[in-house]
Design a protein around this ligand. Sequence first.
Ligand code: FAD
Length: 497
Amino acid sequence: ADGARVPALVVGTGYGGSVAALRLAQAGVDVHMIEMGMAWDTPGSDGKIFCNTTSPDQRSYWLRTRTKAPLNFFLGFPIDRDISRYTGILDAEEFGGITVYQGRGVGGGSLVNGGMAVTPKRENFAAILPSVNADEMYNTYYPRANAGLGVGTIDPAWFDSTACYQYSRVGRKQAQRSGFPFVFVPDVYDWDYMKQEAAGTVTKSALAGEILYGNNHGKKSLQKTYIAQAKATGRVTVSALHQVTSVSPAAGGGYTVVIDQLNTTGGVATTKTVTADRVFFAAGSVGTSKLLVRLKATGALPNLNNEIGKGWGDNGNVMCGRANHLWDPTGSLQSTIPCSGIDNWDAGGAFAEVAPIPTGIETYASLYLSITKNPNRAQFTWNAATGKVDLNWQLAWKQPSIDMAKTIFDKINSKEGTIYRTDLFGVYKVWNDTLTYHPLGGAVLNKATDNYGRLTAYPGLYVIDGSLIPGNTSVNPFVTITALAERNIEKIIATDL
Ligand code: FAD
């Protein structure tokens, strides 16, 4: 409530924020979580909380009047459609050279993502987080994160027989014929539930095309794991449709936090001010970076150091599709939950997820989201003229990602006698090089913060989300974000409280 004083305020309810809230509450601290997106706990007029990927309505996008689907063309025809402006679940946030997709709502990215829960190979860890003790991460914090998130793996026998992973089996066959390691990828989707979907005994979700705009069943989003546990302590409250706009030192100690309560068309219903002893920035890489860069530049937190806003990367994301021969159909029924990847990280700098195209019809296409070792890093800066935060990413900076992904797909195409699809992202466009699902960095650990996420110029202010990670995790990022948050909050609880 307006004027309240809280011991701990968490900005954002994604992975970092949920870990912070749970562990602080278990340590006896009352926590208030502030989330700009909706609660996503109430069904719409169709009886469902989330809308389907194939029939997006106002629930699909954050304050847009037209959808902006990552796979935006089919057979050369655009598939985006008009929707009404609403505080929907997926934000396609546009910067100069890149569109950054993010989840909006209680649960953050866990509401919209594929649930692929990948722990990086240990030999790659030093390049991901150089100042962090790898033994501690692999012995304690990665296992803790995997347990907290409910990570599981697909039953290999079921994988071999089910129609809904024919697209993955085609991916495996072709990867292996070209000599690439094919790997199963763990996920937080409930694999037993998916088996029941396939058997027709439960309501379908992954097998009904649900993913980008939310899964109504089966996926263990943060609402079902960390946030549910946090709420069960009785010490955590969550305010949805509330956006933090300012944090500054309060006269009597602690921090003054200004919060806009939003209505569902994005307008400000009312503005509230609370005082917090501690503030945890968990608004995601883009959200936290934008807040901190603006608060430093506009004088609310002038002593933040000059690393704020730097070290942002796209986890090397690039997408492409391949056209298979007629004797290699990928199946009309495709699970939206990817379960496999092609690992050419060491030799070619690319790890490619075998991704679904859940249209319900046979496409003969294979789709891949590659994570690559792209070295380019961008910076967020305050633009006083527009009153906004800019990101200086350049479209051409994706070229290294394309080159690395090609180390896999040029070889597969040549071995199979196949070609790239040119009709999935535009007219005659092979590479989707204009987006990322994996924003990372902007308040890098041990640079913008100390080695545990403390903003040391301001005791009691912490960063605890993907902005701590310097641009790349070599695999999908949320397990690493969760594990790092587990490590940092344990230290903060032990030494700062
Ligand atoms: P987030 O999860 O982004 O949470 C930040 C929260 O803060 C959001 O809910 C946001 O609305 C809120 N917020 C922002 N600003 C404010 C503010 N000022 N006030 C209040 N609240 C605010 N990763 C994987 O590992 N595996 C996958 O399979 C995978 N698939 C993905 C698919 C898609 C389509 C997308 C978009 C992402 C995917 N990701 C995947 C990435 C993963 O979801 C993110 O890396 C992860 O969610 C980041 O966690 P976070 O805690 O840093 O922030």
